[in-house]
Every structure is written in C-alpha cells, then in structure tokens.
Design a protein around this ligand. Sequence first.
Ligand SMILES: [Zn+2]
Length: 115
Amino acid sequence: MSSPAAVTCAAPDCEQPVHRTNRTGRPAIYCTPACRPSRNRTPRQNQITVEVEHPEASPDGRPTERVWAVRLKRGDQIVEIADGLGWPSATALARALDNLLDARPRPAAPGRPTP
Ligand SMILES: [Zn+2]
C-alpha cells in the first residue's frame, strides 16, 4: 500500500493540508470549501458583465464626470451600449441589461396583477 503524498491546499495563500476522503469522484484540492474559488466572486471567463463608467472623452463638451457610458464586457472584449448618459439613465440601462443577462429565474414580484 502506497501512502499518498501530503497534499496542500491549492488556494494561493493557504498551506493547510487537504483531507482526502475515500469518496469516489474528483479528489479535493482545497482544504475547505472557503478556499475554493467562488463562482460568484470572480466572473467566469465567458460571463458578460455590465459596466457603468465615465467615458474617456465627453461626447458633447460636458465634463466627463457628469456623463456616463454603459458597456458590456467579456474578457478583453468591450461593447459600448450607450454614451453620454446621465447617472439615472445609465444605472437604469445597466440594471435592465443585468436582468437580461441574468438567466436565473426570478420569483414573480408579489402583488403584481397578472395580465
Ligand atoms: Zn485552504
């Protein structure tokens, strides 16, 4: 019987040993679930994120800190959806895009009459 080499946690800042069980399936590489990279914390590679930022240059002479651009971003790819928006319009658009991209089913809002 060969004793398996001591395995340390795969998380970059963690030196804890990993307790491997005899369960079938993929062996654990992190000591605790807390060390596992969270899918929610870091965007997945193919995930599109919505960004609201000041544009590099103002489209119409207003100071750039008064105008907002809404962009969709995935990895290095950025698509600008709108430019020269005020803050309310920019955040409303970003929220609508967020809802569109978020495939998770949401419970219907209570009390809303059905058509
Ligand atoms: Zn760990």
